[in-house]
Design a protein around this ligand. Sequence first.
Ligand code: NDP
Length: 246
Amino acid sequence: MKLEGRVAIVTGGGRGIGRSIALTLAEEGADLVVVGRNPESISETAEEIRSIGRRSLFIKTDVSIASDVNSMVEKCIGEFGKVDILINNAGITRDSLLVRMKEEDWDLVLRINLTGTFNCMKAVTKYMMKQRRGRIVNITSIVGVTGNAGQANYASSKAGIIGLTKSIAKELASRGINVNAIAPGFIDTDMTISIPEKTREELLRQIPMGRLGISKDIASCINFLVSDDSDYITGQVIHVNGGMLM
Ligand code: NDP
């Protein structure tokens, strides 16, 4: 087990990609802090992690609120004494074309996806700097690179995450902290479930591998990026999309 003795925080760990990431890290030996707004779903993930023999804490947190995030990280330190890994996975969409996009939907998506990632990185950094070791992986998106009609807010937040990742990777490289991003393509989760069948078929035609991704496809890549196998990799955006963007 590559992550024995490591402590990881996963935001949005109650369902979808975040849940798969949390369980995969636990299977590799990590102890977990599972973060989200819905106590029921994060407690279920935490319970499942305990059932495979790892320690686990669930902490109700809205990543867009800095004081919530700071108190979550302090609880993690109180319980486990350290934090080795941060996965910024929490994210939302509020899609509409620009002319109809409400200012509140613009603000909310930026606040949760981008400011939430900033809040969590800021809160763990002082502890990781003291340890002179840390791994941060931020979940961006293919549309943060390509743009997407109807997703100006979401694509901007995800493009922002790429700039944030590279900047902080440069700031922290000399401190033993690696900061990378993963850009998923289209992954079968609650977020994509409402895509109409016709659009889904069109999307499938754009994916050379001929299938949507599953959460585990992202979790497996995370596993590599937080292990010692990726020691010399920082500031990168790894695309996991079945060949959709080359
Ligand atoms: P889901 O909608 O299934 O899950 C989103 C998660 O984010 C939930 O666990 C939710 O928990 C959490 N979350 C949302 N807002 C907050 C908040 N303010 N504070 C804390 N947690 C929050 O989405 P996916 O699993 O599909 O997506 C996970 C990540 O992957 C997102 O960042 C998404 O943008 C990205 N992504 C997904 C793709 C896909 O095709 N599915 C493609 C590219 C990127 P709760 O409701 O409990 O707060």
